[in-house]
Structure formats: C-alpha cells, structure tokens
Design a binder for this molecule. Structure first.
Ligand code: GLU
Length: 451
C-alpha cells in the first residue's frame, strides 16, 4: 500500500479557511484542535491516510431552515434555524440548541465540532451536534417564545430522534423552551420518548441536570487544584455570566468555601467584595429565570456591590477565574490582566470563551487552564445519563447522580492528564482534551472504513 503524502498543519488550516469562508469561529475551533492532533498523529499513519481530522472537520450534515412565527402585535417574523449534525461515530448526535441574535452557521459549526470532542471525553456514547436560531428571547413574552419554539420544532422534529439526534439547552434555551419544544415534538409525532434532554422533572428530566454544567466546571477546577495539592477553600473567584452555568458555578464555589466576587450579563458586571453568597445567588436565579431582569438590579438589592456597565469582570483581582458566559469573552489583554493580578487557575463553563491568543497567555504563564470541552462537559454528561434513564424508564435520585457527576469529572480530568502531562509537572489540559477526545472518535471511524 502506498504511503500517502502527509498534509502539514499549515496546508490543512489553509484548506479549512478556504472551504469555510466567513466562518471565523469555526476556523478558530478547528485550528485549536488541529495543532495538538497533528502532533499526536505524526507517527500514526492510519489516522493520516484515513483523513480522520479532515472528516471530523466536515459536518456530516448542515441543516438550515426557515422559522416563521407571529409576534404579539400580529407581525409575521422570520428567523433562520439550524441543526448541525457534526459526527455520530460514537453515538447519536448530541448537543444543545442556542437562541441568540449572534447565532450564525459559523458559531453553530464551531459548537458542534467542539461538542464532538467534549462528548467523546465524557466516555458516554454520544456524537456531536448543535442547533439554534438567530432568535432573541430577550424581551419576548412567554406566548411569543412558545410560538417560536413550536414553529422551530415543526421543522426540526423530522431530523431528530432518541437514537438519531438528541438536542438540549444552551444560551437562550432553558427549561421553559425545552418544555415548549418537547410538547410540540410529542404532539407532531405522537411519541413520548427521550428526544430532548434538560426536560422538567415531571416529564422525564434528570435530577442534577440544571446544576451539572456549573458544578462540573467547579469540580474540574477542584481536580486541577488537587493535582497540585491545593483546594478551592479560601480562594476568590471571578465568574462571568449569570445564567444556568454561572449561577451553579457560583453556588459550588461557595459550597467549597470559596468567595465569588463577580457575575455579569451582556450589559456589564457586578462586583461584590463581600462575596456573592447562597442567598444572593438564589436572588439572582429568581431575577434571571422568573423576572427575566438585568444583573445591574443586584446593586439596588445588595449594598456594597458596584455595577460596571459595558465591562467584563477580568480586571478584578482573583485566584480563580471561571468564564461562564459565551465564546471569545476573554481576550489576550484580559488574560494578561488576570495573570498579572495573580490568577492561578481558569476553568471554562462556557464554550471557547478564551481567544486563541488568550490561551497562549495562560500556557506561557503556566496557569492551570481547563478548556470548555473538558471543564464544562458535566452538563452534557448528565444529559447522557438523562438519555439512559429515559431509555430504561426509570429515574435515579439526586445523590446518585451527584456521585456520578463527580466521578465523570474526575475521569475527564484524568484523561486530560494522561495525554496532556508535559513531564515537567505542567499539564497542558487543552492538548490532553483534544487528543483524548480525538482518539476515541478516530478509532471508531477507522473501524467503519470509508463512510
Ligand atoms: N449546551 C450544552 C453544552 O454545550 C449541553 C448540551 C447537552 O446537554 O446536550 O455542552
């Protein structure tokens, strides 16, 4: 058999850029993975000749559709919906749905690509997918959100199924939206099955799913610190975001004796030097999930806190940083600021929140840095457990799922150390996550041949 000419990294990235014009987020995500994978496969001919990474970086399917709905003033509105089915080598496509005005094909392709590696890292049988729409739920009435979700599912239902593709929540999609979408799926298909995760407890949801992403990101932080014989207790933490991931990350930092100094939303951040304790976190959960208000309102409620309009929280000195808002929310300068203020560890609750340049700053400074695809994998891992419970038609209790989440995060950390230990005591968690995530998917693809 002729040995194929190996494409080098630069040519590979050039090809990705050329084939995906105007998709910077997708190119960024592939670039970050390709660096490590190319190094890993250098002496492994089978992965080269089968063009494995080239194939993972070409989604199995990109589905795009029109979503029409009527607002409360009877205006007809038109949005673009998507489902990206990136790779199902190791299980049904799995990944969230995002409703946000910033949603583009590039953003969802990056998320579906990342999800493929993340889901592989969990050790559970789940492929990678992502979906969403450029719909802005902010300021919409419940009835408008319901009509949008129903219209979105009226197209999506034909592309998904419990053994095909299992969507869940993401930015702008929480319990309310999952309820409306699950209801519409059931109505159209006349099937009650585990086609979505993140469902309410009354209709097949899993205990621990709401907490899983945020708690998991803190468990990952805990594992990184433990590896260095350190603990969260007594440390200060800066967290961005104020949604499901950020509030649960704050809750778990607090439970472990850390002090949370900040939270944020798209308007700005709040800084509370006294610490955002459980009572304050509960107030924020109610503000965001029920009243659907703005984080600035925190300062009217709790004295001693300040609001910083239009700013991100990375200038606040801290020991630990947890970006839990969105992609590219922490750039090179902000990473430098965190390092010069003495940060020792970063654990990402969001997907790709740090820019490529920012990641280099953390690595150069030898900061413990847990990338989203490893650190925030607890969410999708418990989604995988929700799928198992639905398939078995049983529900496990909170304590049992809590233990399983703790073990899953320990396992993911262990895999990152296995493939990312640099031998000098420093763990390159990005490399570890990329290689461990890649290997399982790649080996399954090799077993299937050219399909
Ligand atoms: N959207 C979440 C993520 O980025 C969860 C996906 C899921 O539970 O399927 O991993």
């Amino acid at each position: 058999m002729a040995v194929s000419d190996h494409v080098d990294l630069e040519t590979f990235i050039g090809g990705v850029k050329k084939r995906n014009p105007g998709q910077p987020e997708f190119v960024q995500a592939v670039q970050e993975v390709a660096q490590d994978v190319f190094e890993f496969i250098e002496d492994k001919e089978q992965y080269h000749s089968a063009q494995i990474l080239r194939r993972i970086a070409e989604p199995d399917r990109v589905i795009s559709f029109r979503v029409c709905w009527e607002d409360d003033n009877h205006n007809v509105r038109v949005q673009r919906g998507y489902r990206i089915q990136n790779n199902n080598a190791i299980g049904p496509y799995k990944g969230g749905i995002r409703f946000h005005p910033s949603v583009t094909e590039s953003v969802l392709k990056f998320l579906a690509f990342e999800q493929t590696f993340k889901n592989s890292l969990t050790g559970l049988p789940m492929g990678g997918g992502k979906g969403g729409a450029n719909f802005n739920p902010k300021g919409k009435s419940d009835a408008e959100v319901m009509r949008f979700c129903q219209s979105f599912m009226t197209e999506l239902y034909r592309h998904i199924g419990p053994d095909t593709d299992v969507p869940a929540g993401d930015i702008g999609v929480g319990g309310r939206e999952i309820g409306y979408m699950f209801g519409q799926y059931k109505r159209i298909t006349n099937r009650w099955e585990g086609v979505l995760t993140g469902k309410g407890l009354e209709y097949g949801g899993s205990q621990m799913r709401p907490e899983a992403t945020g708690y998991g990101a803190v468990y990952f932080m805990e594992n990184m610190l433990k590896h260095k014989k350190d603990v969260i207790e007594g440390k200060t933490a800066v967290i961005s975001g104020s949604g499901n991931v950020a509030t649960h990350a704050a809750e778990q930092i607090t439970k472990q004796g850390g002090k949370v100094l900040t939270l944020s939303d798209s308007g700005g951040f709040i800084h509370d030097p006294d610490g955002i304790n459980q009572e304050k976190i509960d107030w924020i959960k109610n503000l965001k999930n029920v009243k659907r208000g703005r984080i600035s309102e925190y300062c009217d409620e709790f004295k001693g806190a300040s609001y910083h309009e239009g700013k991100r929280p990375w200038s606040v000195a801290c020991d630990l940083a947890l970006p839990c808002a969105t992609q590219n929310e922490l750039n090179e300068d902000e990473a430098k600021m965190l390092v010069s203020n003495g940060v020792i560890a970063v654990s990402e609750g969001a997907n790709m929140p740090t820019t490529l340049e920012g990641v280099h700053v953390f690595h150069d400074a030898k900061i413990m840095y847990g990338p989203g695809k490893a650190a925030n994998a607890g969410g999708v891992a418990v989604s995988g457990l929700e799928m198992s419970q639905n398939a078995e038609r049983i529900s496990w209790n909170h304590a049992r799922l809590g233990e399983m989440l703790t073990e899953l995060m320990e396992g993911i950390h262990g895999k990152c150390v296995e493939y990312g230990d640099q031998g000098d005591g420093y763990v390159d968690y990005v490399k570890g996550a990329n290689i461990a995530g890649f290997k399982k998917v790649a080996d399954a693809m090799l077993a299937y041949g050219v399909v």
